[in-house]
Design a protein around this ligand. Structure first.
Ligand SMILES: NC(=O)c1ccc[n+]([C@@H]2O[C@H](COP(=O)([O-])OP(=O)(O)OC[C@H]3O[C@@H](n4cnc5c(N)ncnc54)[C@H](OP(=O)(O)O)[C@@H]3O)[C@@H](O)[C@H]2O)c1
Length: 223
């Protein structure tokens, strides 16, 4: 727990921990179940955060899809309880240095989305919060707007920063049955990496195979 804010990461990884190819392209790594489970996690959160690069790859609302959740429930998926989605909105936070964000009317105009863009310098972007963009400042700002649960759907660049800051409480990982490989391909956590003794340690809370995928939930060991 980081003050009032609970921070949860959700990532689909290949067996080798990669989350995309070395081209940093966009594709669905997991099956429809993985994406539907992402909707469940979004439904339980108040805000979803990505980095500018992930947003440029997928500039669409980061909100739950009720039909996808219903489909999971129809096949008695192991964990799909959610609060009521009716009339809810979600903060969609983007962290960026370049402010290179696509116009994407489907994102900026969606009534379910409350955009919030964090950047160190100002520019002609809506919903901009100018200031420090390190995880502690972003977390404090989100908490000040009433966010209690933040879902990280970022890539390994930002995930590494949030883990290094000690602000991640839980990690949901869908282990997908493929190997991407590729020197320089992004992984669950990139950046400079951790020394072995400082590497975040986690406790396994569930490991549920469904089809060829393995749905994992870990709590970050704050001890
Ligand atoms: N498999 C999955 O679950 C999954 C999940 C997310 C993403 N992906 C994919 O994985 C790759 C992600 O790449 P990534 O790791 O670069 O994504 P990312 O962490 O979401 O985004 C990185 C971007 O965040 C911004 N940023 C990072 N640190 C910052 C800081 N301290 N202050 C301000 N801005 C900061 C920069 O944006 P600007 O460039 O705008 O300055 C940077 O390019 C993409 O191919 C994406 O599609 C896969």
């Amino acid at each position: 727990m980081s003050g009032r804010l609970r921070v949860i990461g959700n990532t689909a990884t290949a067996l080798d921990g990669r989350i995309a190819t070395a081209a940093y392209d966009h594709f669905a790594l997991g099956t429809w179940r993985d994406r539907a489970y992402m909707s469940v996690l979004r439904a339980r959160a108040d805000a979803v955060l990505v980095g500018g690069r992930t947003f440029r790859n997928w500039p669409l609302p980061l909100v739950p899809d009720p039909e996808a959740i219903a489909r999971l429930r129809a096949e008695h998926f192991f964990d799909c309880d959610t609060p009521d989605l009716h009339d809810r909105t979600w903060v969609n936070a983007i962290v960026t240095r370049t402010l290179d964000l696509p116009a994407a009317p489907r994102f900026w105009g969606d009534p379910r989305v409350r955009p919030r863009v964090y950047a160190p310098t100002g520019g002609a972007v809506a919903s901009l919060v100018v200031g420090p963009t390190d995880p502690a400042h972003v977390a404090a700002d989100l908490a000040s707007t009433g966010v209690e649960t933040l879902l990280l759907e970022c890539g390994g660049d930002l995930m590494a920063q949030w883990l290094a800051a000690g602000l991640v409480d839980e990690l949901y990982v869908t282990l997908c049955p493929l190997v991407l490989g590729g020197r320089g391909a992004p992984s669950l956590a990139d950046g400079p990496g951790f020394a072995y003794r400082d590497a975040p340690r986690l406790r396994l809370r569930h490991a549920v195979p469904v089809g060829d995928e393995l749905f994992l939930r870990y709590e970050v060991d704050k001890g």
